[in-house]
Design a protein around this ligand. Sequence first.
Ligand code: SF4
Length: 369
Amino acid sequence: MTRRSVEVREFLMRLEWAAAKLERDVAFMEVCGTHTVNAFRCGLHSLMPPNVTLLSGPGCPVCVTAQGDVDQMIHLAGRPGVTLCTYGDMLRVTGSHSSLELERTRGADIRVIYSAMDAVKLAADEPRREVVLAAVGFETTAPATAIAVLEAHRRGLKNFSALVTHKLVLPAMRALLDGVPVKLDGFLCPGHVSVIIGAEVYRPIVEKYGKPCVIVGFEDLQLAAGLCRLVELALDGTPRLENLYPQAVSPRGNARALEVLERVFEPVEARWRGLAAIPASGLGLRAKWSQYDAARKFGLEAVDAPEPPGCRCGEVITGQCTPHDCTLFGTACTPVRPIGPCMVSSEGTCQAWFKYKRARTAKHEYVKT
Ligand code: SF4
């Protein structure tokens, strides 16, 4: 047995001891796609005592993107002269009538990019095309979009714009606590996002809602340590903010990234899958940069669109049901033929369940209020 597995075991034993003392059911939620996948990959759920549940929340960027926003991307990709640049996972997400993947087979110019700057380079290389960056993701990817906008401006590019659907983690956590009928006893806070926004932003969740927040990295040891602390804090009855990832997450975050976000974006209402529209939960380009706003440039109206028939992604990403509760799971909807974004995305809860947890167990029925 390696030293690392000994340490994981020690945390799990501490967790089990605290859970036994608790004498009540507790449910914690992670809000990070990488946490979702890694927790399933290392079998953490199956190692939890019967009264401890780890829920997957709205942490996967592809999964939280509203159906109406997916439709806008597909619509834009179909416009003559437009080249849509997207990160890979968005390609297969089904909109109301099509997907970017399908539109590409029909001749739409859709490019998969690995960084926002790829779209800027493309706009410079192809001045006759209107290059649109589908800017999806949380505070981790938003700084790259901001830098791309600044770079397009520096180069004087008139044919670059961004369809911005960036989202903020904290308003989603508040919305979960305020309006979703799921009992939550604390959060395992995301590693990547917290590198940007810092640890202190979670303090209102602790102080106003009385929910402990523990920031962790991505490895089995860090996840086990975070869950252990959440159970111990529940036992203590003293909600606290703890940063177990101090090597990457500082109290105030990454000042340079926050500065560029502030310079380019402002908080705007955003539409979320599963959480509807939340005020000030997204990022929109400031008026100074409006020439790079694809929605404005192409006259796009915000639209609401229903999820694919039968798909329960909205409930899955808010902890209201498990993928197994969806009748399409593993039958009509699989990673090969996904119906909802939670099965499309490599960070989606449904795909993680399909890969690592297909057998139904009674142990992880979700806890509703
Ligand atoms: Fe949506 Fe498929 Fe998950 Fe059902 S199994 S909620 S259809 S992604």
